[in-house]
Design a binder for this molecule. Sequence first.
Ligand code: CP
Length: 304
Amino acid sequence: PRNLLDFEGWSPERLQGLLESSDTMLQVLSRPVKKVPALQGLSVCTAFFENSTRTKISFELAAKRMSADVVSFAASSSSLSKGESLRDTIETLTSYQVDAYVVRHAASGAAHLVARYSGKPVINAGDGRRAHPTQALLDAYTIRQEYGDLKGKKVAIIGDILHSRVARSNAELLPKLGAEVVLCGPATLLPLELGQMPGVTVTTNPLEAVRGAHAVMALRLQHERMEGGYLASLQDYIDTYQVNSALMAEAESGAIALHPGPINRDVEISSEIADGESSRILKQVENGQAVRMAVLYSLLVGRD
Ligand code: CP
């Protein structure tokens, strides 16, 4: 595929190729001079219509590490505020001969629109609750780094599944790589239809979710997308679903704890786990840069 909007059309072999290519990129990042000429002469536009720390910074660094020119489009200070449409905005940027777009938007499907109106490779950096494919790739990479392979691994994802593009992208990606995914949360935040995806089950029982799990991923409660009563109470959520020492003790011995960030500390994950030995949260962040280098290289140069 020419775009990474979600994982539709991405074969397990091509996805494995991206993970292997990420190994090479991680080696580049371990050198004293972390720059290669792979994308020299090409330009990448990061177009973020919604806030981000990790995804935006790591994509910009990833492109710069490979010598691409990077232009950052900030929606809040652009002519969108004067009523310019998304289509006119993208057509304007494309006239400057941008070679690829990295797009984050609150609306599901926005990255597809950018792909249609730019005709250039587009990487979805998170659209609404639909998909966040590079987050899932860096999650897969972090689990593979721990266990050598995704095959036969169980990954429990616990939290606000309803609003989570990270949960949806992991549910799409991890089974393609041979892992089993269990999605868990209170009934109000757990879309049962996700349990119909291949390799995915859903449960409201956190003990059932974590038993036998090699990785336990906590997801942020997206309070900004919750109007009205999604939770019996915040304390009730914490008591039942918080990823803490007691819950991790029920997982497979040596299981790792993950969180895509940003974290609501001591809500969906205890500080003890987030900062503890089993945590790979900062590894996820570190790996994100290498994985995004691999994705940019794959789409812009056409090789993994
Ligand atoms: N995980 C993630 O997408 O974080 P940001 O919103 O900071 O990019």
